[in-house]
Design a binder for this molecule. Structure first.
Ligand code: FES
Ligand code: FE2
Length: 368
């Protein structure tokens, strides 16, 4: 993507971003990505999915365990997902080679009894895959041939996410992951993009000051009472407090406490390829009344996310011309942090530079 630069003086200009071309297309590697909601993968099912430009077939055994394999048969390259998942193994549709969930070849039907071949040495790439917090998560290694343990554990989210999500919304944005991430975390677009009678209007713009601090792989808007112009919060009853965390590679976690109740919003931003990004928004709650309101809430969540997508669609018409972009203070500081975090993480993985979180505790002020 084009390089945003800083327009105002007090903070240093952000370092240049790599263009999203070449093998990595500026995707972060050696980190866990959200692949799909857990419920999308039933026991005994397979599901193909492209992540970071790589075709992966996800599957779930009858015992509930999940796996992810490169969706290309090592024999002659046909997608394994065109085959079938049978008795705990993937069978290719072309010549029937079979593969265990760990990628090992277990059968080549064309071999005669006297044709010795160490078929266990044939392997299809297996991606570390786990099922937790309502989603299937996959580790995308920098070295595709690596069988090393993941460099970091899968994300750990508030315990309310251990129950099934009450609401799931999925949407595809036609942009590079960086634009999706910084668009979703951007605090200044609300009054212009998300105008509606039930949320807010342009007239409601006012000055805000929020406290931020570093977290493990990101930063948080520290616990606070949401602004009174967010009418939707009133549906929850009681005075909620919210902490909003962002962490690499593209996770936003809104953790709301209302008395003894908990509501958690998880937004997972996953690159499909250099120009396509998938967003999943999931809500988990312990508030029983929200379950009753679900049919009412769903269209609002969808509309909200569609507003973000529609603005990105328009943005692409300008980005086609490769313009220089700006990140200003303070409204765009979270976006600056995102790029710095990404750079620090990539440097750690590339040459071992110890990962140091570039975010310091601070107050950001903006009008929105
Ligand atoms: S291409 Fe898969 S078994 Fe031949
Ligand atoms: Fe938005």
């Amino acid at each position: 993507m084009p390089t945003p630069t800083s327009a105002s003086e007090p903070q240093p200009v952000d370092p240049a971003l790599p263009e999203p071309t070449g093998r990595d297309q500026a995707f972060l590697r050696d980190i866990w990505y959200f692949a799909m909601p857990s419920a999308d993968l039933a026991p005994g099912a397979m599901r193909p999915k492209t992540l970071l430009g790589e075709p992966i077939v996800f599957g779930r055994g009858d015992d509930g365990s999940v796996f992810g394999l490169r969706d290309i048969c090592p024999h002659r390259g046909i997608p394994l997902s065109d085959g079938r998942f049978d008795r705990g193994e993937v069978e290719c549709c072309y010549h029937g080679w079979r593969f265990a969930p760990d990628g090992r070849c277990t059968a080549i039907p064309s071999l005669t009894a006297d044709q010795a071949m160490e078929i266990g040495r044939i392997r299809v790439r297996a991606y570390p895959t786990v099922d937790r917090h309502g989603g299937i998560w996959v580790y995308m290694p920098a070295d595709p041939r690596s069988t090393a343990e993941p460099a970091v554990p899968p994300p750990s989210l508030p315990s309310v996410t251990d129950r099934a999500p009450g609401l799931v919304q999925r949407m595809t944005f036609p942009c590079h992951v960086d634009h999706a991430v910084i668009g979703l975390m951007d605090p200044a677009h609300g009054p212009f993009v998300h105008t509606s009678w039930w949320w807010r209007s342009r007239k409601s713009i006012h000055e805000k000051a929020k406290r931020f601090g570093p977290t493990e792989l990101g930063f948080a808007m520290l616990r606070h009472q949401p602004s009174s112009n967010s009418a939707a919060y009133r549906l929850l009853g009681g005075v909620p407090t919210t902490e909003i965390r962002f962490q690499l590679p593209g996770l936003r976690v809104e953790d709301i406490e209302i008395g003894r109740h908990r509501v958690c919003g998880l937004t997972a931003v996953t690159p499909v390829d250099a120009t396509t990004t998938e967003i999943h928004q999931m809500f988990f709650w312990t508030v029983p009344v929200l379950s009753l309101l679900k049919p009412v809430l769903q269209p609002f969540v969808r509309r909200f996310l569609a507003q973000d997508r529609d603005v990105v669609v328009r943005q692409q018409r300008g980005l086609r011309h490769g313009p220089a972009l700006m990140l200003i203070n303070d409204a765009d500081v979270q976006a600056k942090w995102y790029f710095r975090l990404k750079k620090a993480y990539a440097a750690w993985r590339d040459d071992g530079t110890p990962f140091e979180n570039p975010v310091r505790e601070t107050t950001l002020r903006w009008r929105s």
